[in-house]
Design a protein around this ligand. Structure first.
Ligand code: GDP
Length: 175
């Protein structure tokens, strides 16, 4: 959703987090929005979002980032979750191949999409190579980044690239 007002422009972008249970979606969001990591992750029922302010080219952008909040465990994530999303972070866990296999069907959800291989701090038990991640992202036309919500590697960067890409798309349309 991009909207304009008389004083200039205001931007509100819906971004969704997608991926199997326990890949680290909630922690990526808490790292980005509050710079926190939560080891005792609790599955909240019901979709939740957090709004984060980002400044791009002197403009205030509100990123409304939606987390499935445990609903993927019950396969209850519906089309309402994806509706109106301008961006998506499609997350897998680099230590679990099954979570990498799961991402492909989700690769056409939104305008700006980033494939995210999370838990890159766990190099010793890596099961999905960087090359595999890159190759899938290239095939599907997505940005790609490996992150760690635990040690904060690339977390802000991943969100910001998606937000900036949406901003660029939206401002092109407003011209
Ligand atoms: P979600 O179900 O996808 O939202 O996943 P959570 O954010 O709840 O995380 C699932 C588990 O993985 C929790 O035990 C987290 O502490 C752990 N976790 C999340 N991100 C990372 C990370 O970057 N590195 C490591 N080592 N563990 C992580």
């Amino acid at each position: 959703m991009g909207k304009e007002d008389d004083r200039g422009e205001e931007y509100l972008f819906k971004i969704v987090l997608i991926g199997d249970s326990a890949v680290g979606k909630s922690n990526l969001l808490s790292r980005f929005s509050r710079d926190e990591f939560d080891t005792n992750s609790k599955a909240t029922i019901g979709v939740e979002f957090q709004t984060q302010l980002v400044e791009i080219e002197g403009k205030e952008v509100k990123a409304q980032i939606w987390d499935t909040a445990g609903q993927e465990r019950f396969r209850a994530v519906t089309s309402a979750y994806y509706r109106g999303a301008f961006g998506a972070l499609i997350v897998y866990d680099i230590t679990r191949s099954d979570t990498f296999q799961s991402v492909k069907p989700h690769c056409d959800t939104a305008v700006a999409q980033m494939l995210v291989g999370n838990k890159c701090d766990l190099e010793d038990i890596r099961a999905v190579s960087v090359e595999e991640g890159k190759a899938l992202a290239e095939e599907e036309g997505l940005f790609f980044m490996e992150t760690s919500a635990l040690d904060a590697t690339n977390v802000d960067k991943a969100f910001e690239i998606v937000i900036r890409e949406i901003f660029n798309n939206v401002s092109r349309k407003l011209l």
